[in-house]
Write a protein that binds this ligand. Sequence first.
Ligand SMILES: [Zn+2]
Length: 347
Amino acid sequence: MAFTSKTLGLARAAITAAGRAVDAVIRTLTAAWVRAWDALTAPFTTALDALLAGREDWPGRRTIETDPALQQALGDAAAALDTLAELTATEATRAASAATERAAADQAAIIDSQLPPGRATMTPRPGGFHQRAIDAINTRAQQRIISLTRPLSRDADAAMRRELVRGVQVGRNPRDSARRMVKQVEGAFNGGLTRASTIARTETISAYREAAAAIQDASRDVLAGWTWLAELSDRTCIACWSRHGTDHPLTEPGPQGHVNCRCSRAPRAMSWRDLGIDLDEPEDDIPNAEAAFWALPRATQLRIMGAARLELFDRGAVAWEDFAQLRDNPGWRPSWNVTPIKDLVSR
Ligand SMILES: [Zn+2]
């Protein structure tokens, strides 16, 4: 296999581009959430000021649930959340389908870069052999996005109502108490944004990975498998660091990273000799993650791993591979997560 620095550069550029597309969607969603809340601050503040005027304690559930101004504000918030959930579905679906289109061209270039000179077999052909697989991936992504965004508005609405019933300590100045409650309600409203961002990120990256797998499968006559590539940075969790560089058969889906994981599956070509070319090929150029980790400044190592793990690792009590653990997730796929410290200690 000739996974050269050019191959690595192409693989990195591909995942960076997918990540940028996700970031753009999240910026759009964040701006929409901020605008929506801006319009809701005044109604909530007015309603809560009126409700708390002259009171020394937080009103009971019944009062909260029957106050017309507050209920009106909640109704407006629920309507805004419905619109935001729809926007999330539209934006995430668009990003996912742009990602699958990109994957076709990206994978072709990454595979070509590993083949002997003159052996480039893949040319991206939009509408070609892979189109049916890509269409099916887009349809599945859209269905998943719709079912994931559906409960978003109802759950955020319920969280806002819970905050209002739970209340805050009413101090000497009821207006302060009202302000504090508006902040709590805003937090619950923005819980929807956190979830929307996770849906957009995870589903776009999943669609990209599935499309990459489909293209890789179509090139299986020249591929030996795929390699897990993580971005070796301080934004990457230690589980992904430790999975980086592992080799997998083409039939294995993945990389099965945790929620919000940005890792990629890089196609790995057969050796040139296996491809029937009697030529020495360039060295493999995938960076060794463990060596790269040790080369980092101590402060960065600490940030990535935490003090307890670093201490165990320093004295050789755990191996590099121990930092990732495959976990079953009911309702989702199994995923590799950071191994809890208690599980490392008991090894
Ligand atoms: Zn990852």
